[in-house]
Write a protein that binds this ligand. Structure first.
Ligand SMILES: C/C(=C\COP(=O)(O)OP(=O)(O)O)CCC[C@H](C)CCC[C@H](C)CCCC(C)C
Length: 317
């Protein structure tokens, strides 16, 4: 951080490169997927151990890999804008960064395959998801695609990787990942796109100078702020409608609706009047409601799966 004393311990620098705060959404997403499977038993030691291993794979390993590779490919820009970061400040050697990237990637892939074996999967779905996620991470940061340079593609990659991918991992580990849930979570990721746009308001000038087409740069602040809140709200309202009318999960739909209303309140209180000054205040106030909405949806799908399994087994008797 600017002005703060710079860390010199190599292990603390390594952890700093992985940005631990960014592991949290992935870890949460895995829990939502486990809930959605309908099979996760909260006090079963084996389930707990598998869940923790899956969270470890998604958070410290694969998100850690993502963040390290992102800082690696941004090292020249960071040398100008944020020279105090670990790589441009020279506090970690380039060779050590490369070793860290490979160690986290191979560690994450190794855990994913271990989970496939442990869960007795015939098809290595966890490994496939981990390879796919790592590929998205790579093209997000690395040239020639460098998705982060494009407002829509970069933010959607971010939103879907934080919402859909870890959910899929949690659900595939404990149950079956079905096409309807894949479509639902890919759609839910549009809310993640909206959340990612919120973060773009703080860096409009820098992005413009660097030629990054973030949505506030491309459309201007006023249009971008409405695109942002519309994607967040319409997506979640759509999911609530699907829970209510599509799945008949009326209680969960009502809870989700109750969690959307405070987000709209905070949009009008903080974000819409001044998205540049109030972006952090808005995220801090509204995001907890969004993430609990995600869990509510996972629980609703899990409940539906349990009811379907009970009906199937009573029909088989
Ligand atoms: C690197 C990321 C965000 C930082 O972007 P930015 O450069 O704008 O920010 P800084 O200036 O602060 O550095 C996150 C990118 C996420 C990526 C698109 C995909 C993540 C994939 C998952 C980690 C994979 C998980 C797979 C698993 C659950 C099976």
């Amino acid at each position: 951080m600017k002005g703060a004393a710079l860390e010199t311990d190599i292990w603390k620098i390594r952890v700093q490169l992985t940005k631990p705060v960014t592991w949290i959404p992935l870890i949460w997403g895995v829990a939502c997927g486990a809930a959605a499977s309908g099979n996760y038993v909260w006090n079963d030691p084996k389930d707990i151990a598998q869940l923790l291993a899956c969270m470890m794979m998604s958070g410290p390993f694969l998100t850690g890999y993502t963040q390290t590779i992102n800082d690696w490919y941004d090292r020249d820009i960071d040398a100008i804008n944020e020279p105090y970061r670990p790589i441009p400040s020279g506090r970690i050697s380039q060779q050590d960064v490369i070793i860290q990237i490979w160690a986290l990637l191979l560690g994450g892939l190794g855990i994913s395959y271990g989970l496939d074996v442990w869960a007795g999967h015939e098809f290595p779905i966890m490994l496939v998801l981990a390879v796919f996620g790592s590929f998205i991470s790579y093209i997000y940061s690395a040239p020639p695609l460098k998705l982060k340079q494009s407002g829509w593609a970069g933010n959607y990659a971010l939103g879907s990787s934080y919402i859909a991918l870890p959910w899929w991992a949690g659900q595939a580990l404990f149950g079956t990942l079905t096409p309807d849930v894949m479509v639902l979570t890919v759609a839910y990721s549009l809310a993640g796109l909206g959340i990612a746009i919120v973060n773009d308001f703080k860096s409009i000038e820098g992005d413009r100078q660097m030629g990054l087409q973030s949505l506030p740069v491309a459309f201007g602040v006023d249009t971008a702020k409405w695109i942002c809140v519309s994607t967040i709200d319409v997506t979640q309202l759509g999911v609530a409608a699907y829970l209510y009318w599509g799945l008949g999960e009326t209680t969960y739909a009502a809870v989700l609706l109750a969690l959307i209303l405070p987000q709209i309140f905070f949009q009008f209180k903080y974000f819409l009047p001044d998205p540049i000054a109030n972006d952090v205040k808005y995220q801090a106030s509204a995001q907890p409601f969004l993430v609990f909405g995600l869990l509510t949806t996972g629980l609703a799908i899990g409940h539906m799966n349990q009811v379907a399994a009970a009906a199937a087994s009573s029909g088989a008797l």
